[in-house]
Design a protein around this ligand. Sequence first.
Ligand SMILES: [Fe+2]
Length: 259
Amino acid sequence: MRYLILSDMHGNWEALQAVLRRVRRKQFGETLVLGDLVGYGAAPNQVIEAMSRLPGRLRIVRGNHDKVAAGLEPGHGFNEVALRAAQWTTERLTRANLEYLKDLPVGPTLVIESQAGAGEAPYGRSVAICHGSPADEDCYVFAESEALAAFRAEPRAWVTFFGHTHLPSLFLLEEGRIAGALLRGSGVLQLDPDRRYLINPGSIGQPRDRDPRAAYMIYDSTRQTLRWYRCRYPLQRAQRRIVGQDLPASLAERLAHGI
Ligand SMILES: [Fe+2]
């Protein structure tokens, strides 16, 4: 089965729409959404409403911006711009979309449960999703030490997909040794059943690896392959939408630089 993996849309409707158009001819059994539907971008309602039109079954966890915009947390860790964007988002969400955000599940969630058979790889093919880290949805996984804590916090999973850093990246664990890499552009990887993986698809709506194109992934559970992609979108339209609203102009500017 094929899984479409999306994260950190951040109210960027133009970016999400471009990715969904790009993949529309592909068949997906499920779409995995790793949180931060809203915050920063100027189209939060459109992004939330697009969730019900995603291909296949939807498996989703909330992000830190979702819970602040939903009023579940005050956003103590947010900088001034993030907090202003969260407040702007809360004020503009429809009642139904506010309720949708409030009801989003907290990760980690096991989306594929597979028991390892005799003589097979120790983790079977179980797959989990979370926002920041399986240890804590607000935790960032940038460094190998943080990845190690994340592997320990989700011992059930062979592969865990995470978001939050907005960097397409991968960590692998083999016999206690850990290695990490950023994933540039587009590519494919054959996953190894004897290794464990933590994988970040990057951000749809606010990439931070100096590549402004929207980032997403496709996981094929039959072939055990992971493909990562970048997708151009009408960035200036997303910027105009931000500038036309009462949102900090820096949120439009950074989209052009992928930071
Ligand atoms: Fe985010």
